[in-house]
Design a protein around this ligand. Structure first.
Ligand code: E4P
Length: 217
């Protein structure tokens, strides 16, 4: 499963990217607002830093405007993925981008039937939002499992990009469910490295090693 960072904070991104484990980035209007930066500038900076796909979201809701915005975003760099909301106009724009060979990420997906339409529109990625379904008492992860089944049934090539993942349990479940990628807030990526038994075990190993008086180098 590919790991994408869900952030427009370039300082945090640089820190995460140093691990060599970040496969891509997703942003959205909320994250751009949080960064306080211009979308074109920050997207350009992220695309230069990250080798993999970088999603930048259109702000328009009407087809013509979406296409114009998406084409402008795509010109920033070859690794830009045009992110569009899962609406009728969004899927019409997805088809246009797909026909032009541009990458797309259809976002705000909350049902299997929406995902099916995104795949039929030729989306490169579809982003089902797990946490937001959990927030209202539904089983968000079941959506990932169901989309996996449908995409496999019909051999759709659209990648399932599990989104709105809030903790490491979500990440593990998304991987088990067969999501192709997961986009994660930096704090969740950092949490993936951690386990108290790792810390405890290392502490013991270091103390025992020190008692030997040996040195490897
Ligand atoms: C990713 O593309 C989404 O923008 C993001 O995962 C949404 O997460 P949230 O529901 O925690 O805001």
């Amino acid at each position: 499963m590919l790991i994408f960072a869900d952030t427009a904070d370039t300082a945090l991104l640089a820190e995460l990217n140093d691990t060599g484990l970040i496969d891509g980035v997703t942003t959205n209007p909320t994250l751009i607002a949080k960064s306080g930066r211009n979308i074109l500038e920050v997207t350009k900076e992220i695309c230069a830093m990250i080798d993999g796909p970088v999603s930048a979201e259109v702000a328009a809701t009407e087809f013509d405007q979406m296409v114009a915005e998406g084409e402008k975003l795509a010109k920033i760099a070859d690794n830009v993925v045009i992110k569009v909301p899962l609406t009728v106009d969004g899927l019409k724009a997805t088809r246009v981008f797909s026909d032009q060979g541009l990458m797309t990420n259809v976002t705000l997906c909350f049902s299997v039937t929406q995902a099916l339409l995104a795949a039929k529109a030729g989306a490169t990625f579809v982003s089902p939002f797990v946490g937001r379904l959990d927030d209202r008492g539904e089983d968000g992860m079941q959506l990932i499992r169901d989309i996996r089944t449908v995409f496999d049934n019909y051999e759709f090539e659209t990648a399932i990009l599990a989104a709105s993942l809030r903790n490491t349990t979500h990440v593990a479940q998304a991987a088990i469910a067969g999501a192709d990628c997961a986009t994660l807030p930096p704090a969740v990526i950092k949490a993936m490295f951690q386990h108290d038994l790792t810390d405890k075990g290392l502490e013991t190993f270091l103390a025992d090693w020190a008692s030997t008086g040996q040195s490897i180098l």
